[in-house]
Design a protein around this ligand. Structure first.
Ligand code: HEM
Length: 400
């Protein structure tokens, strides 16, 4: 690892709950890579331009598995010892991903769509019945919808949501919680998923976790018990934290861009495209897809040594003027919104289909049923979470 005295502290502070730090635009102009000091104190190279972010995410010379090795530069102060799908390289990664993809199919997500609609309707019925015509949209919709859906998909008891949401909250922390608490949450989630997997073996249902248990049991199955448990943890956590924050970010963006909201009200068929545009500009975590270089390489003239950390930033790539015209402008009619918010290459988000279905249904139903919906607090007063891997607005006061 190179110790670069000129490294700047990372992540950068936001000046708005909606937009990333304006530093990114200047950094993209200066170079594709910028030396940064991560919250752990280790240094790395922040990758800010679209083409270079794509390169680092899709080229096997930049490893996820190496982030788990002792002494490797790490992002946060807590060691990352969870060998999830995301922390594997090929050939192990392809093997496990192929097995999971056999069960986590487009058809399974399509089958969930009516349930997503039904549950969204019931949450919005409760919201409509509130006498004061005002609420916190994070509590009313953004959080409960993805939690309920991931519970139904995986076959996790919904009654356990408060418990696993608390562990998840600590697990996703970088500096927002003490290291001991983050490690305790990792252990607790492992034990919780071990119990669930054992239960699914005894009483298999129609859910994804039961189906994955069957793969691991089958004669040609090569999904070990540990792989299955880590997979369950990552699906449970990735399956709700990201989408919950993205619903909040998207609604806040629409309420503060009334011209774009108007277009969607008049032309709801644009909603799938609008969801992509909102993912491009307002992602739920834009900095931390850490990779370790496996060999010496030169990127845009900057040498990167084997063992050095790279931090490709999808949030910055998504605003790169080299790739997107008028990149800073929210345009729900934009053609070809090929954003990086779901990653790129081998680790491309496994749950993107589910996330898209939830985002499309939540936004379409909300704006159809609440035509007078408005932000009920000044934009600057909306709290944006900090010190977390995945983040969004902590509260979203709305009225109608
Ligand atoms: C708006 C919502 C979401 C966003 C923005 C998001 C973003 C991402 C990103 C950027 C990656 C790649 C990380 C990297 O390369 O370092 C990823 C991977 C992953 N995501 Fe998502 N995600 C979302 C929703 C979901 C959902 C709903 C699930 C599960 C039901 C999920 C499960 C996963 C898994 C298992 C991986 C690892 C894939 C692999 O390593 O092969 N995600 N996600």
């Amino acid at each position: 690892m190179t110790d670069q005295p000129e490294a700047v502290d990372f992540p950068f502070e936001r000046t708005s709950p909606l937009h990333p730090c304006p530093h990114y635009a200047r950094l993209r102009e200066e170079a594709a890579l910028t030396a940064v000091r991560m919250p752990s104190g280790d240094t790395g190279q922040l990758v800010t331009r679209y083409e270079e972010v794509r390169l680092v995410l899709s080229d096997p010379r930049f490893s996820r598995a190496a982030t788990m090795e002792d002494g490797a530069p790490r992002y946060g102060p807590a060691p990352q010892k969870f060998k999830t799908l995301l922390n594997m390289d090929d050939p192990e990664h392809s093997r496990v991903r192929r097995l999971v993809s056999r069960e986590f199919t487009v058809r399974r997500v399509a089958a969930l769509r009516p349930r997503i609609q039904e549950y969204t309707d019931s949450l919005l019925d409760q919201m409509a019945a509130l006498p004061g015509r005002e609420t916190d949209l994070v509590q009313a919709l953004a959080f409960p919808l993805p939690v309920q859906m991931i519970c139904e998909l995986l076959g996790v008891p919904y009654e356990d949501r408060e418990q696993f949401a608390a562990w998840s909250d600590s697990f996703m922390a970088i500096t927002a919680r003490p290291v001991e608490e983050i490690l305790a949450a990792q252990r607790a989630l492992y034990v919780y998923l071990s119990g669930l997997v054992a239960d699914k073996r005894l009483h298999p249902g129609a859910d994804l976790l039961s189906a994955l248990t069957q793969i691991s049991d089958s004669d040609d199955g090569r999904l070990s018990e540990e792989e299955l448990i880590f997979l369950g943890v990552s699906l449970l956590l990735a399956g709700h934290e990201t989408t919950a924050n993205q619903i909040g970010n998207s609604v806040l963006a629409l309420l503060t861009h009334p011209d774009q909201l108007d277009i969607l009200r008049k032309e709801p068929e644009l909603i799938p495209n609008a969801v992509e545009e909102l993912l491009r500009l307002f992602p739920p975590g834009d900095e931390t897809l850490l990779r370790i270089a496996l060999e010496d390489v030169v990127i845009d003239g900057t040498p990167v040594r084997a063992g050095e950390a790279l931090l490709p930033s999808p949030g910055s790539a998504n605003r790169d003027e080299r790739h997107f015209e008028q990149a800073e402008v929210l345009d729900v009619r934009r053609a070809h919104v090929d954003h990086m918010t779901f990653g790129q290459g081998a680790h491309y988000c496994l749950g993107s289909g589910l996330a898209r279905a939830e985002l499309q249904i939540a936004i379409e139903t909300l704006i159809r049923r609440f035509p007078t919906l408005r932000l009920n607090a000044p934009l600057e007063s909306i709290p944006r979470q900090t010190g977390r891997l995945v983040h969004g607005v902590g509260r979203l006061p709305v009225a109608w």
